[in-house]
Design a protein around this ligand. Sequence first.
Ligand code: ADP
Ligand code: MG
Length: 208
Amino acid sequence: VDATIAGAWMSAMGCLVERNKDHLTALDAAIGDADHGTNLARGFAAVRTALDAKEPKTPGEVLVIAGGTLISKVGGASGPLYGSALRSAGKCLGDELDASPTRVAQALRDALAAVKRLGAAEPGDKTMVDALTPAVDAFDAALAGDGDLGSAARSAAQAAERGAEATIELQALKGRASYLGPRSVGHQDPGATSTVLLFQALAEACEA
Ligand code: ADP
Ligand code: MG
């Protein structure tokens, strides 16, 4: 993964978020404040603008800029969470020009750790952690089984999707949805749902 692929990842995420904006917002309307789709669409549009302006030369720099932009431009909980995730992934990659699949796996692991640190959520709390955790595990497993980056990202996206679907029956213990208590059961978590898109976007960027 070089700066071009990392940039393509962020662009693909912007497109997927834009296309799924209404769905994400509808999920957030059920157990939150109906802004998840618009939050992310605005955030990733700002990421595209920042990357076009700064023309980063390494994948690490791409992700650090993307993360910083989400942190400063998105008001909701998801901005700082996704922002910290991408910034940690970028910092992990340092100034490498072309990150190997193993290094990408380490960066994704750091992204998960950053979300858990900032949000203090564990699997089962009905948050993006419920999609991100199985996704990162599946990414590692696919690489260990000789998969290439694109297929590892596809397995991660599928694992994230299963994780997101499994949030339906959970009660939210973190974030805005937790205010609903047991009434949060029966709805899919919006952040876990957008995490699926993050891995689909990575797969698209790697396969292009
Ligand atoms: P807000 O809740 O501030 O309106 P968004 O609607 O953009 O922000 O994002 C909501 C999503 O953020 C939730 O669906 C959940 O996945 C995620 N989230 C909220 N709080 C946490 C947390 N403490 N840890 C991890 N993820 C969280
Ligand atoms: Mg919201």
